[in-house]
Design a protein around this ligand. Structure first.
Ligand SMILES: [Zn+2]
Length: 131
């Protein structure tokens, strides 16, 4: 299989495609999959979203990173809005709920965003090598 480039798209475009569940390489809008199952390879460019264990570790790291960034933003916002009468019990319950549900909600976005990061890393390796 030959490697294909992202058609000269800039890195931000590639990352945004991944963040909105589009193929980061070609921009195809519809990628068939379930919520947990990885998308099938892109029918237009052949990009695989489940290549190996490294890809699995990668999207999990992206998933947890986004979860924790959103959690910190949520917590800081709640603190600022409710200060000085912070509802600690409610905030603790909300923290548990957020950290238990967000990783599941972010699974498909994490997979396509990690694929975008891999497309960018392939680009940094230089010109495409023969298969
Ligand atoms: Zn594609």
């Amino acid at each position: 299989m030959t490697r294909r480039t992202a058609g000269g798209a800039n890195p931000l475009t590639i990352l945004l495609r991944g963040a909105v569940l589009r193929c980061p390489r070609c921009g195809r809008r519809t990628l068939s999959s379930g919520w947990i199952k990885p998308p099938d390879p892109c029918p237009d460019c052949g990009l695989s979203f489940d290549r190996d264990n490294d890809a699995t570790v990668g999207w999990i790291i992206v998933n947890l990173g986004i979860t924790e960034i959103l959690f910190v933003l949520f917590g800081l916002t709640a603190l600022v809005v409710t200060w000085p009468h912070v509802p600690w019990t409610g905030l603790t319950i909300a923290a548990v709920v957020v950290n238990a549900t967000l990783p599941f909600l972010l699974v498909p976005f994490s997979r396509t965003l990690w694929a975008a990061i891999e497309v960018l890393m392939d680009r940094m390796d230089g010109p495409a090598r023969p298969a």
